[in-house]
Each structure stands twice: as C-alpha cells, then as structure tokens.
Design a protein around this ligand. Structure first.
Ligand SMILES: N[C@@H](CCC(=O)N[C@@H](CS)C(=O)NCC(=O)O)C(=O)O
Length: 217
C-alpha cells in the first residue's frame, strides 16, 4: 500500500530540515519504506480537506490505505512498530526506546520550542529581554540532564532507535543558537544522527522542495 505524508509546500526554514515532515521521512528511510509526499500550502492546512486528516491543521500527516494519522510522534511510532530497524526486539528494550521517543517530545521539545518562539515571535515585546535568560536556562537544564544520561554512549539506550531519531530531530532545532555546542557530547550525538544515510536521504528530499530558488539577476 502506498504511504503518503504531507509536508509544507514551502517550509519557513528554507530547507534546514526543521519542519516535522523530516522526522517522518527519516523514519521511513530507516525502515526502507518508499513514500509519496503531498505538499500543502499554509492556506490549505486550515481547509476542510486537510482538517479532516489533521484536526489542528498542521503537517505532517500519514496515510496508508484506510489509516490516517497525525502527530509526528504517533507516526514515527507506527512506522517503528510496523517495520524492522527502529525498535529493539527485546520487550524491555523496546519499551525503553518508546520512553525516549516520548521524552523527546514531551520533556525535551517543549523548552526548546519555548525558546524558538521567544526568539521568533516575541523578541519585539518589551519583556522579551528580561525573560530570555529564564527560557535559555530551562533549555540548558534539560540538556544538562540529557548529556548526563548519554555520557560517552553513542545512543540513548544501546542501539539506535526511534527514541534517538526523535531526540536528534528535536535537538537539531537548537543548532543555530549555539546552545547545543555548549554540550559537546550532545553536539556529537546529533552529528551521529545526521551522519546516518537514512537521515541524509530524508534531509535531501525535503531540501529538494525547500531550498531557496536561484534568482536571475
Ligand atoms: N505536535 C505536532 C506539531 C505539528 C506542527 O506544529 N507542525 C508545524 C510544522 S513543523 C505546522 O504544521 N505548522 C503550521 C501551522 O501551525 O499552521 C507534531 O509533532 O506533529
């Protein structure tokens, strides 16, 4: 059955791979699954046809036969459960990998998104300068804890899993800020994720759509 995901017609990040279709593409590449992409404009996201797939009018979505999913975490977990390569066979190790997937989305991503929003959407507010150190400290606290867990290991729980895929995807958003480089083991962890051939294919596929087009001078 054909797998179809949705992605931005033009991602605001200009091809940095930060839109959440990239994590789904990455999971599909790790699992060796071909997929098609339906590109959606910002306007179409809020129209009935897309809202029928995604109640909050966002990307990514995932369709396969009768099944329609939204939320990148649910989609990556579904892919990982259906195909080899993203979850260990051992039941306890599998449950731990799923814990890391949830940790990425519900414990690590929120302070990172708060930081991104503070920079992108709130920097013109009179209180923004005063608040920013608090927001950055919340990110640093989380990264300190994550780095302490990772230690000198390559991945969060022995072998690479969907938990690492999600954690690396979430941490990537921090790279332009320089905060990630304050934690060399985490910067190396993210680089290990990016070095995976499946990530490179996913990144290239989204870049092919989103790279700024050369202008004729
Ligand atoms: N928690 C959702 C978040 C989805 C989300 O925020 N998607 C963004 C792109 S990365 C989006 O569609 N934004 C457009 C909008 O909100 O109008 C997930 O992980 O899938």
């Amino acid at each position: 059955m054909t797998i179809t995901i949705t992605a931005f017609e033009r991602s605001p990040d200009g091809g940095k791979g930060l839109a959440r279709d990239t994590r789904v593409r990455w999971a599909l590449e790790e699992a060796g699954q071909a997929y098609e992409v339906r590109l959606v404009s910002f306007r179409a996201l809020k129209e009935p046809a897309h809202l029928a797939l995604h109640p909050f009018g966002k990307i990514p979505t995932y369709e396969e036969g009768e099944l329609a999913l939204f939320e990148s975490g649910a989609i990556v977990l579904h892919i990982a459960e259906q195909h080899a390569g993203l979850l260990p066979r051992d039941a306890n190790a599998r449950a731990r990998a799923i814990s890391w997937l949830f940790a990425a989305l519900s414990t690590v991503e929120p302070p990172i998104l708060e930081f991104a929003n503070a920079k992108l959407l709130e920097s013109d507010k009179p209180w923004s300068q005063d608040r920013m150190p608090l927001v950055v400290d919340r990110v640093r606290d989380r990264l300190k804890q994550l780095a302490a867990h990772l230690g000198a290991a390559d991945w969060l729980d022995a072998a690479f899993s969907a938990g690492d895929l999600m954690m690396v995807s979430v941490l990537l958003r921090l790279r332009p800020s320089g905060i990630l480089d304050e934690f060399p083991t985490l910067a190396a962890y993210v680089a290990r994720g990016e070095a995976r051939p499946a990530y490179a294919r996913a990144f290239a596929a989204q870049l092919a759509i989103n790279a700024p087009k050369p202008t004729n001078v």
